[in-house]
Design a protein around this ligand. Structure first.
Ligand code: CA
Length: 460
């Protein structure tokens, strides 16, 4: 399987073989594995003590970095790593987390980097790091190479619908809502929003609609709106739907503005969601600091997946410095897989909750190249990227992915952190993926996936 991806991994391995081999040889004398996750004992003082004990070969080149985040559950590993002293534990004692007003601001801030008053990297929807690398969403189409370093989360997102549509069949399956969409199309089309175009949230809405035979480009109106404004628009009735991460969909329900038609966990179980990516120049200059950040994040992800810690996690995230929520309860339920969908439907299923380290399909943190390829393929499906990305067995897409996706650095960091070999994926492809409508994506045959889809903008 995945001959192509492996071929490239091997080449990358040769390029970084010196560093890898060094890391492996040193592993025995590092005092690994790190202390038990979930003990809640990662105070800064202990962290400093740990740093003093850290092998000098792994000492980060810098202790300072600025990472951007958006106040949704995807950012939790960054916030927990900071608050529980896990960045500091690995020597990153001066990590600044910078709340971004919007995805557009995050993009603008990574363009200038921390040296220009911006950020060195942070949380991204996909394929933003690839689009920034290609200069497709930057000012003056400037190419700014980025590296994807880990996935932050799976699940935790949903599609919220205005209350006026309750009982009209707007749910996961839309068969009985088709007449409603048709009726609205002749006056004011069904309007759905996301917070940035051509990335995850846009894809989830499009996939969901198209699976039921509704063409997102002709049957509805899609637009980009900042989260807060979307809620206001939904209240006044000018917005029918929007898609984003928790706490927003569930806030809509608790504020009795709308209901949740579908969790992304229902659309695609164990799907790729948001990622940590940084400017390549920062990573190239600070490879040890990059791995130290990754080790802190991995430990935070493991801590977050212990459901006993999730009440505390909700309290930290809800705080004024971070999400500024009226109550941590807004996060507490969904964090246990308990969703009051707001239309009478209730979900109580731990497998539907957000996961940060391990889900039903394996490792969440490891950035699978096959997932990058799905995002690129889906971009081609809707005409966001030209068809040549997936021509000739997706040669151009794979070249871009192999440049941007640094799963090799993730693996080095995991080994240094003492992660069990069984928890370190050996194949950059997760294999065939299946969606709620039965459609399958085989990363070895992206063009066949596009051919199999009834609704698409590209002609293949
Ligand atoms: Ca998201």
């Amino acid at each position: 399987m995945t001959e192509f991806f492996n071929q490239f991994s091997r080449r990358k391995f040769i390029l970084t073989a010196g560093a890898s081999a060094g890391a492996v040889f040193l592993k025995g004398c590092l005092g690994n594995p790190p202390e038990t996750v979930g003990s809640g004992s990662g105070t800064t003082q202990q962290a400093v003590q740990q740093v003093a004990n850290t092998n000098s070969q792994q000492k980060p080149e810098t202790t300072t970095v600025k990472l951007g985040y958006i106040p949704i559950v995807e950012a939790a590993p960054l916030i927990i790593a900071k608050e529980k002293g896990l960045f500091a534990k690995y020597g990153m004692t001066n990590v600044e987390l910078s709340k971004q007003a919007s995805w557009g601001s995050a993009r603008d801030n990574v363009e200038i980097g921390s040296v220009g008053g911006g950020i060195d990297g942070g949380q991204w929807q996909m394929p933003m790091p690839h689009l920034i690398t290609e200069g497709l969403i930057t000012k003056g189409n400037q190419k700014i190479p980025m590296y994807v370093l880990c996935q932050l989360i799976t699940h935790g997102n949903g599609i919220a619908i205005a209350n006026k549509h309750i009982g009209k069949g707007v749910s996961l399956q839309l068969a009985s809502a088709k007449s409603l969409f048709k009726e609205l199309k002749s006056s004011t089309p069904f309007t759905a929003a996301f917070t940035f175009p051509h990335v995850n949230q846009d894809f989830w809405i499009r996939y969901w609609l198209a699976a039921s035979g509704i063409d997102p480009d002709t049957d509805v109106k899609l637009l980009t709106v900042p989260s807060a404004q979307t809620v206001a628009n939904m209240k006044t009735g000018t917005m029918d739907a929007f898609s984003t991460g928790d706490p927003w969909p569930y806030r809509i329900v608790t504020d009795k503005i709308g209901y949740v038609a579908a969790l992304t966990a229902e659309i695609w179980k164990n799907h790729p969601e948001e990622y940590l990516a940084m400017r390549a120049d920062w990573v190239d200059k600070n490879p040890k600091a990059t791995k130290a950040l990754l080790k802190g994040i991995m430990e935070a992800q493991q801590w977050l997946d212990n459901f006993d810690n999730r009440k505390e996690a909700a309290q930290i995230l809800a705080g004024r410095n971070y999400f500024n929520l009226p109550s941590p309860e807004i996060l507490a339920g969904p964090y246990q897989g308990k969703y009051d969908m707001g239309d009478g439907r209730k979900i109580d299923d731990k497998s539907m909750a957000a996961y940060y380290w391990k889900d039903g399909k394996g490792n969440v943190s490891y950035p699978y190249k096959s997932h990058d390829l799905w995002f690129i393929t889906e971009s081609v499906r809707w005409g966001f990227l030209p068809k040549d990305y997936i021509a000739n067995n997706a040669t151009k897409a794979k070249e871009l992915i192999n440049k941007v996706n640094r799963e090799d650095i993730w693996k080095e960091a995991a080994k240094e952190a003492g992660i069990a070999a069984a928890d370190i994926p050996t194949n950059p492809s997760r294999g065939v993926e299946e969606f709620f409508d039965g459609v399958k994506f085989d990363p070895e045959k992206p063009e066949e996936y596009l051919k199999s889809l009834k609704i698409k903008k590209v002609s293949v």
